[in-house]
Design a protein around this ligand. Structure first.
Ligand SMILES: [Zn+2]
Length: 169
């Protein structure tokens, strides 16, 4: 697996930590500054989740060819350098990243932020890992510890191709 955040990060094992009431933490929080690069943990297909309005939660799911699903929460929703909640798609998801796009491990997916219920915390990636068949989250810690940690993304998703023009006449 490729570590989902490039460059220096901080995290400690908080899987199943109490999050108030009966809620337990279903992933790991990887702390990094806003706009740090998020990359694909493995080869697979992405599904994007956008908020209904400005300032909402941007997140994505990577369904891997390896039978695992990774979920990335709290992508950036701010204009870079601000906390305005007005960043829009282009400040959350990398160019070429759209629902249904196939990516290789290490390709740039988007950027760290504080969207969703992380608005009042330090920016971080909440990362979940589950077998695609069961969707029951496992502790990502041993996989993160064993992952290859990149300083920079391996590349971008292939550019979206405009449909070929319809010949006239
Ligand atoms: Zn979390």
């Amino acid at each position: 697996m490729v570590f989902p955040v490039c460059g220096p990060v901080a995290w400690s094992d908080t899987f199943l930590a109490s999050r108030g009431g009966a809620r337990q933490h279903q992933g790991q929080d990887i702390m990094a500054p806003k706009m740090r690069e998020l990359v694909a943990a493995f080869d697979g297909v992405v599904t994007l989740h956008r908020p209904r309005g400005p300032g909402g939660h941007y997140w994505l799911v990577l369904t891997g060819d390896n039978g695992w699903t990774a979920t990335y929460l709290h992508l950036n929703n701010d204009t870079p350098g601000t906390d305005d909640g007005l960043g829009g798609d282009q400040s959350a998801f990398a160019p070429g990243i759209e629902t249904g796009v196939r990516v290789r491990a290490g390709v740039l997916l988007g950027w760290v932020g504080d969207s969703g219920n992380a608005e009042d915390t330090a920016p971080h990636l909440h990362f979940e890992l589950a077998p695609t068949a069961t969707r029951v989250s496992v502790n990502p810690a041993p996989y993160l510890e064993a992952a290859e940690h990149l300083e920079a993304p391996r590349g971008m998703a292939p550019p979206v191709q405009d449909p070929a023009p319809i010949p006239s006449g």
